[in-house]
Write a protein that binds this ligand. Structure first.
Ligand code: HAM
Length: 417
């Protein structure tokens, strides 16, 4: 017996239903906001991720599934969707006019330690809006994300919001941060010691307990904000407040990928038992130009679909819509049953054809398949031009059975539905 690879899951039953429901709902809302779907390959040249996400991030330095293909080229299973979408905007020449608004969903891969809500293969639902830098765009995107959460029945999350400033801000901040961290260098983890020289801001999202304690007292980027970045962020906050979005400023939020500037955000569950972010994103100023495109800013976010599924009420997906078991008593009635089945499908009614075994065995199968009504077709029924209906979950003997004329069956069932 083979099990799925560690950290990867088969998706079926109510989980598969939830997945479809999330995608359908989000696509409908995304379209309303002007987003078109894009599907990029699951693998990209490894360089696509090195250049955009950054060599010193945990994602690139520890978590990527990279390997040489048979031609000796280094390729990587995508750990996130933004880099591939930017690569596609340039290579497919999609930026004929701005803004370019794209949505996507699919498998992502990160070699992380598997636990509840954290997998090695997981799914993201993402949105990218490129070519429109304004606090209004940022606020509208966050409003859309909130609308999606609410539409799929998730209300208990809040937006954590921060700014990572512009290039000048980050240059000034990096100097201040290095000055502070250098005083504690001997206590930093080996990873962080290396990052101190190469990419000090990444130390802020270290998972090491000592590093985290040291970072608690580190200077904040907000103390170094340029006038422009400060005004930009204030405007985003003001717009979100006006839109009634439940947000909280978190100056420690730095995000785990290198490409962010200005607005950064995460969607955090407010229930204690769910600590991990269900989604995150932010503005990026130079991603497109990294791939040879225009020097133009974008903003986006992605939800983790498995994490959304954990927050959606299971009961909603266990509800069984009307499902009919079409049961011929013997082989003689198979053809009439087959015709009935076809007319039920034509009338958009869900049905199962159960024709193997004794009648009591067929009834057991109907029960196992969650059918709510069994339509029995025997010799008498054919002779009298009617069907016998058995209501599977009805306790009352009198109410359990009903005979309906052949010509009335569909309208009778539609009425129940
Ligand atoms: P991220 O924060 O790395 O951002 O991932 C987004 C979401 O994916 C997370 O909030 C989480 O819900 C989910 N996620 C991440 N890793 C795992 C995992 N191992 N198992 C299950 N779920 C996971 C990005 O990926 C950016 N590309 C988002 C973005 C789009 N920024 C701008 N545009």
């Amino acid at each position: 017996m083979f099990a799925p690879v560690r950290g990867m899951k088969d998706l079926y039953g109510s989980s598969a239903k939830k997945y479809g429901y999330i995608i359908d709902t989000a696509s409908r809302i995304g379209e309303k906001y002007g987003y078109n779907e894009i599907k990029t390959p699951i693998v990209e040249a490894t360089e696509v991720f090195h250049r955009s996400i950054g060599d010193e991030t945990d994602v690139v330095s520890k978590e990527m599934y990279s390997f040489l293909d048979k031609g000796g080229e280094s390729i990587t299973l995508r750990p996130e969707g933004t880099a591939g979408v930017m690569r596609a905007i340039v290579s497919e020449n999609l930026a004929q006019s701005f803004p370019v608004k794209l949505m996507y969903h699919g498998e992502m891969f990160r070699y992380d330690r598997p636990q509840r809500g954290r997998y090695r293969q997981f799914h993201q639902l993402g949105f990218e809006c490129v070519g429109d830098k304004s606090p209004y765009t940022d606020a509208i995107l966050i409003c859309m994300a909130t609308e999606i959460l609410n539409a799929i029945g998730i209300f208990d999350t809040k937006v954590l919001l921060n700014t990572l400033g512009d290039k000048d801000t980050r240059e000034a901040y990096t100097k201040g941060l290095v000055k502070y961290l250098s005083r504690h260098e001997d206590k930093l983890s080996d990873d962080s010691k290396r990052r101190l020289a190469k990419n000090p801001m990444r130390i802020l999202d270290s998972k090491d307990a000592n590093d985290r304690a040291i970072c608690q007292m580190a200077p904040l980027i907000t103390d170094y904000l340029s006038k422009e970045s400060e005004q930009y962020f204030q405007k985003v906050c003001e717009l979100l407040e006006k839109a009634g979005i439940n947000f909280e400023i978190d100056n420690f939020l730095v995000r785990g990928l290198d490409y962010y500037s200005e607005t950064a955000f995460e969607f955090k569950p407010t229930r204690d038992e769910h600590r991990d972010s269900v989604g995150g994103g932010g503005r990026y100023d130079n991603l497109l130009s990294i791939f040879g495109g225009a020097d133009i800013s974008g903003i986006g976010f992605a939800f983790g679909i498995e994490r959304l599924m954990l927050l959606i009420d299971d009961a909603k997906f266990k509800e069984i819509a009307l499902k009919i078991a079409v049961i011929p008593v013997s082989e003689t009635e198979n053809e009439v049953a087959f015709q009935l089945l076809k007319s039920l499908y034509d009338a958009e009614i869900s049905a199962e054809f159960i024709h193997i075994g004794t009648l009591s065995k067929k009834m057991k199968v109907a029960d196992r398949l969650n059918c709510s009504i069994a339509v029995i077709i025997g010799e008498d029924e054919i002779k009298n031009g009617c069907f016998t209906l058995k209501f599977m979950n009805c306790e009352d003997k009198e109410e359990k059975t009903k005979v309906v004329a052949k010509s009335d069956l569909i309208s009778f069932l539609k009425h129940i539905n």
